[in-house]
Structure formats: structure tokens, C-alpha cells
Design a protein around this ligand. Structure first.
Ligand code: ASP
Length: 601
């Protein structure tokens, strides 16, 4: 029988009681996480967001409560009144914050019942029910203490951000969600207009243009915890809608932005007891790619940096290597400390792994008791010994080598570095290694449509010393585009890009040049960004900013590899909300109001 709450009130949460409460009469409310029936004694683990308290219902002391307790099933909602008592020494549970006590129940009320759950809530992290099922019943999955803890950490992080940004003199300004497309490199979500037939809003991929307009408006120091929407192929660390701390300031130098963000991250990481060392080391994009093969290097991994072996092989007659060098490619290797003991099977697996990143082969040298190498026959003993030496390998180590186009060599060895570190448990826990990555290329070439795209976004300023180069590139020397560096920077912690931004273009003429470089005619630029170009011509201060992904940062803090663990209502990898079953169809009438007809092909 379901009973009313009436005017009963909780005295404590289910995580609050300790030995000092022994003897007190309390009222707890929560869910039945587990019930154990020992005839005259019934034990219930009562759970709320704060923890679990064991309550005991003794038939002799509380006959009516005991009868009721027999009806209670998992996830029933209960109110229990009783006295806090010390548990027997042998019955104490050190894993529970309330494990020294229990509540001897005198009265119990069943406030609601519950159907049998579609999955178990207390399964171990590695034995959880299928994620799709948990997403459909997200409200149940969210009852798990780990997810509750993540959401509370998220809340504390947002509070800390607001506090810090206020202390630094920033004003939180909300920008609209129904806007015109802003180009951040992904596809827009679009919203049809009812009042303007045939016209559409776009949901912001970020508030980029608005925050720059705030600078033109003289607001000087802007921030916002903004919701962003990007219709792109989802990966483990992406969601179609996510939050970012978005920041912009006037008269900004990169140094000011680095210090602002370092101070903020030190505070945020302090929430989990971590002491983040500032200032963060600064490395150029070129150096990071050369040494780690990835623009998101995990600096917790000691060594395993890419070593260039190309020079030693300049005269080689080994066809695949000679061809790679002739085409302007490289031959590089990484040293796996102690890797000489790697089995053939392990090497084969790594070979397959490297191929996923485009490598045509993965060669190896093992400095075991005897030298062995997949290259011995092709290159001969002396060259192989030399290569191992150049790579910096010692006895007992292995060298893994990839040849080919520079980007393929970097991508495959960079990924191998992470993979081996994971497999061999070389990544220390509870360690946070940040860096600033600077001097990104301004443009990147896409072979599929033979044109250059902004690497960051089209509002990023070129480095002052590269402006002349940029002008030459726009005026016909296209091959120079790849050499222009931007005033762009990323913050990376533990291999995760946690923030990215740039100093912006504040001159209308330079902004027009960038649009031209991106293949926009003057008419196209005017149609899409006319308002912005016009705004730039009314006294725009130099300015710059940054954005930091809330979910990405939380993933590092928790830590978790799954972005859905740090947001309340995430979507699946196919951009669906399984709980509310969205996206869904709409009524014919709604479509008519919006002047739309659906045609599926
Ligand atoms: N708008 C950029 C982004 O969302 C960040 C920035 O440049 O501030 O990634």
C-alpha cells in the first residue's frame, strides 16, 4: 500500500549519519537499493544522492514496520524513522561512509512502489547493462552513484568558473541560440522560420561572431557557459550539443589568455585535489608534431618520442623506403623500453593497429640477447644497428618504424605511442600534464576538393611576421598557404584538447582577405558575413579569446573515456535521444505552418 508523505520531513540524508549521531532519532527518505530478509530481521540499504544507510527492521521491536518491510522491493521509495545505533564491530562496513552505524527502524512508510528495473543499478563499472538500454531509461541510470558524483562535480566546476571569471572582471553575456550559420567547420543544425517562409535559423556551433561583436560593442571582457550545436560525425568525445566556457577579451595578448586559463584550470583541478603546475609548458605545433606525432600529445607518457631515421636511410636501395623518401616522405621510429621481449603476436597486433592509421607496414628492431629485425634482410646488420642507435634504443628495447608520407608517419606512430602506453600500463594515475600548443598553421589543405580551409576558424589572425606571406598567397602564390602560421593556441591536458582559441582579426581588410583565401567571392562574403564586415569597420579593438569544452575537461577530471558519463541527458553515437525518442516526426499541421514538405529519398 502506498502511503502519503504528509508533513514528514527528512532529518538527514542517507550519507550523513556517523557514530556521533548514535542515540538520535532520525527520519531518512530514499530508495531501496537492496533488501535482505533474515526472517525476524529485515535489512534495507536506503539510498539517496548522498549515500547509503543500512536500516534494520526488527519484528520484535516494530511488528507493523516489519510486515510492511516484507513487501518492499528494489527501488521502492521509503521514509524510515528510527534510532541511530552503533553496528557490531564485526558488522561495520569501511567501504560505506555510514558503515559504522545503522538505523533501528520504528516506523516505515512506503511512499511509492517501482516496477522491476530493466537493468541492475549496482553492477560493477565493467559489467553494466548495454548502454542503449541505460540511455532509454536514463532516469534510472542516473541513480547510479558514479553518475551522480559526476554531475555534482560538473556543478561545482561551473560554480568555480563563474566565481573565477567574476573575480577576473568578466561579465557573463548570453548570446542567442537562433542565429545565422557560423562557420566552425561542422554542419549546422537548422530551424525553419514560420513567420519568414523559406528562411531558416541555424543553431550556433559556438558564439564566435557574437563574442567578437561584444568586443566591438565595448563590453571588453565577455564570458559565457554556452551551449553549442554541431551536426558532425560523432566520436567518443563528441556530442551534437555540448557546453563550453566561451571567453573573449579586448586588447588581449596570448600571454594574458594563457595566464587567465592557467589560473582557471588550477582552480578547477583543485576540485579533485590535483595540483596543476603553472605556467603550462608551451610548444609549437611543429615541435609537437615532430616529437609526438599528434597535436594532442599525452605528456604523462615518458619518452617514446618520434625519432627521424630518414637521413641515415638517404642512400637506401630498399624500394619502399627509397620510394617514401623520394616522394618527400619520412622514415621515423619510436623506442619501446623493454620492448625486446615483445612477442611476434604482439608485434603483429601493433602492425594491424598502425595500418588503421594509414601505415603500409610497421618494421621492428629488437635488441634482445641477439639482434633481430624485420629489416635485417633488406637493410643488413650494420644499418639496422645504426638505426637502433640513432633512435636511442638500449639493450632490451625495441624500435618500431614507419615510412611514408609525413602525416601518415606522424599519425600512426603518434597513435602507437598512446596504444603501447595503455597496453603496458605506462600511464600514471592521478597525474595531470598540461601544455599550450601554439603557432598552428593558419590553413590546412583538403585534397578531396583541392582547396585550403581554416585550421581554427576564419576569424583567426595570422602571425604578424607571416602577414606578408599571407598577402602573397592570396595574390596567387598558393603554395605559400601551407606555411602561414596563426595566432592560435590549444590547451591540452593528458592528451585531451581542453581549450582552443586565437587572437582574432580586427581589421576589415585582413578579414576580407581571409574570406578570399577560403575561396569566397566578395558577394558570397557579403551575403554571409556582411553584417560582421560592416561591424569591423566601426572601430574594432584588437581582441582574442578561447573556448574550453566543459565535457572534455570533466572527462579528464573524472576521469572517463565516455563523454556521456559527464552529462545528464546525452545522445547516442547516431545523434538520438533514446529516452524521449528524438529526433521524431512532426504533425502535418506543424509542417504546413513551417511551409515545409518532407521528401525522403
Ligand atoms: N569558437 C571557437 C570554438 O568553439 C573557440 C574560440 O576561438 O574561442 O572552438
Amino acid at each position: 500500500m502506498i502511503e502519503n508523505l504528509n508533513n514528514r520531513e527528512r532529518t538527514h540524508s542517507c550519507g550523513a549519519l556517523r557514530t556521533e549521531h548514535v542515540g538520535q532519532r532520525v527520519t531518512l527518505m530514499g530508495w531501496c537499493a537492496r533488501r535482505r530478509d533474515f526472517g525476524p530481521l529485515t535489512f534495507i540499504d536506503l539510498r539517496d544522492r548522498d549515500g547509503i544507510t543500512q536500516i534494520v527492521i526488527n519484528q520484535e521491536k516494530a511488528a507493523a514496520a516489519s510486515t510492511k518491510a516484507k513487501e518492499i522491493r528494489g527501488e521502492y521509495v521509503l521514509a524510515a524513522m528510527g534510532e541511530v545505533v552503533l553496528r557490531d564491530e564485526s558488522a561495520r562496513n569501511p567501504k560505506l561512509s555510514t558503515g559504522d552505524i545503522e538505523v533501528q527502524v520504528s516506523e516505515i512508510f512506503i511512499l511509492n512502489d517501482a516496477r522491476t528495473l530493466p537493468f541492475q543499478l549496482d553492477a560493477a563499472e565493467d559489467a553494466l547493462a548495454a548502454e542503449d538500454l541505460r540511455l532509454k531509461y536514463r532516469y534510472l541510470d542516473l541513480r547510479r552513484p558514479q553518475l551522480q558524483a559526476n554531475l555534482r562535480l560538473r556543478h561545482r566546476m561551473l560554480l568555480e568558473i563563474n566565481q573565477y571569471m567574476d573575480e577576473q572582471g568578466f561579465t557573463q553575456i548570453e548570446t542567442p541560440n537562433l542565429i545565422k550559420s557560423t562557420p566552425e567547420g561542422a554542419r549546422d543544425y537548422i530551424v525553419p522560420s514560420r513567420v519568414q517562409p523559406g528562411k531558416f535559423f541555424a543553431l550556433p556551433q559556438s558564439p564566435q561572431i557574437f563574442k567578437q561583436i561584444c568586443m566591438i560593442a565595448g563590453l571588453d571582457k565577455y564570458y559565457q557557459i554556452a551551449r553549442c550545436f554541431r551536426d558532425e560525425d560523432l566520436r567518443a568525445d563528441r556530442q551534437p550539443e555540448f557546453s563550453q566556457l566561451d571567453v573573449e577579451l579586448s586588447f588581449a595578448t596570448p600571454d594574458q589568455i594563457y595566464q587567465l586559463v592557467e589560473g582557471l584550470f588550477a582552480r578547477i583541478f583543485g576540485l579533485v585535489g590535483a595540483d596543476l603546475q603553472t605556467p603550462f609548458p608551451r610548444l609549437s605545433f611543429a615541435e609537437v608534431m615532430r616529437r609526438f606525432g599528434s597535436d594532442k600529445p599525452d605528456l604523462r607518457i615518458d619518452g617514446m618520442e618520434l625519432q627521424d631515421l630518414s637521413e641515415r636511410l638517404a642512400e637506401t636501395t630498399f624500394a619502399p623506403y627509397a620510394a617514401a623518401l623520394e616522394r618527400g616522405g619520412r622514415i621515423k621510429g619510436i623506442v619501446v623500453t623493454g620492448g625486446a621481449s615483445m612477442s611476434r603476436k604482439a608485434l603483429d597486433e601493433l602492425q594491424e593497429f598502425a595500418k588503421r592509421y594509414g601505415a603500409s607496414a610497421l618494421a621492428w628492431i629488437k635488441l634482445g640477447d641477439e639482434l633481430s629485425s624485420s629489416l635485417l634482410k633488406a637493410l643488413g646488420n650494420d644499418t639496422v644497428v645504426d638505426l637502433a642507435g640513432i633512435a636511442g634504443a638500449q639493450k632490451g628495447d625495441a624500435v618500431l618504424i614507419v615510412a611514408g608520407k609525413s602525416d601518415v608517419v606522424a599519425a600512426s606512430l603518434g597513435a602507437l605511442r598512446n596504444e603501447i602506453a595503455h597496453r603496458e600500463n605506462l600511464i600514471p594515475e592521478n597525474v595531470f600534464k598540461p601544455l599550450w600548443e601554439t603557432e598552428f598553421p593558419m590553413f590546412e589543405y583538403h585534397a578531396d576538393d583541392d582547396r585550403y580551409y581554416s585550421m581554427h576558424h576564419p576569424f583567426t589572425s595570422p602571425l604578424d611576421e607571416d602577414v606578408a606571406l599571407f598577402e602573397r598567397a592570396v595574390n596567387g602564390e598558393k603554395e605559400l598557404f601551407g606555411q602561414i602560421r596563426a595566432k592560435a593556441y590549444d590547451a591540452v591536458i593528458n592528451g585531451v584538447e581542453v581549450a582552443g582559441g586565437s587572437i582574432r582579426i580586427h581589421r576589415r581588410d585582413v578579414q576580407s582577405l581571409v574570406f578570399k583565401a577560403l575561396g569566397m567571392t566578395e558577394e558570397m562574403a557579403r551575403a554571409r558575413f556582411g553584417f560582421f564586415l560592416e561591424a569591423l569597420s566601426y572601430g574594432t579593438p584588437p581582441h582574442g579569446g578561447i573556448a574550453s569544452g566543459i565535457e572534455r575537461t570533466l572527462m579528464v577530471l573524472v576521469p572517463t573515456e565516455n563523454i556521456r558519463d559527464v552529462m545528464a541527458f546525452p545522445k547516442t553515437a547516431s545523434a538520438q535521444d533514446l529516452m524521449i525518442d528524438a529526433p521524431g516526426e512532426v504533425d502535418a499541421k506543424q509542417l504546413e505552418d513551417l511551409h515545409l514538405r518532407v521528401q525522403l529519398d
